[in-house]
Design a protein around this ligand. Sequence first.
Ligand code: AMP
Length: 286
Amino acid sequence: MQIAKSREELSLITQQWNAEKLEWAFVPTMGALHNGHLTLVHEALKHFPRVVVSVFVNPTQFDRADDLSNYPRQPEKDAALLREVGAHALFLPSVDVMYPDGTDKDRMPDLAGLDTKYEGAARPGHFEGVVQIVRRLVEAVYPKAMFMGQKDAQQVAVLKRAALQEFWPLEIHAVATVRESSGLAMSSRNSQLSQEGLTKAATISRVLAKAEKEWKSGKTPRKIEKNGQETLLSAGFKPEYFDFIDATTFDPLPDLPSAQQGIEKPLIVTVAWLEGVRLIDNWPLY
Ligand code: AMP
């Protein structure tokens, strides 16, 4: 695996692949890699002969300074894991490489309000920062496709919309959420939980699975949402939201049973805090 720390070093690698007529896919990450990230690399390797992974903790998508400074960083371990799974190149830029003229936000595409709901509302400026860094990374990596996790469903929706609006010549593949055997969605943030917290955090996926059952049995969204919030609260979480939405627009579903919805991609999205850690998960109903 080759490691590039600058755009120039990266471009030497991709120029070589281009000369060999090899296409490459891209997996952007913030590092502290776990099996969720590595599954994205596996998926990319199934479809493309070359895969570039980036590890960059992007300052412009954090709305809290303490969250940015506490974010786990382990570049050597990440490089070893990526080498093991067969990634071909690791792009490991510094903040100065990605933001040579400072971190002011760039011009934004029209995101049809997707950036102001849920994660956008809870973390002001978050999606602006995500679109800004992905635009810069895509311009540096110039991939044929990008592989992302369904775990961050709103990020996928925002970037698909941005790619369309900005004519990024890029396929976006969303890969199903990878979970621990307990059901807990894998996340770099899980390392900030105690052993007890890790066990308890698996409750989130159990509540989501139960909500799906209730939905299939004909209960309506508002009732299930209330049950979900209450269960999380009594288990010791601070729930932020637990909502049935349309995965394309991120609008809430009307309070109708599943048979009367007519929505192609219904999704349950949730965020709950535990031990001061913000845990995000979602559950596709399609
Ligand atoms: P991050 O490093 O958190 O920015 O994540 C980088 C990419 O990995 C994003 O596309 C995430 O959605 C994806 N990802 C993170 N956790 C998981 C998971 N448990 N399953 C699948 N993809 C994931």
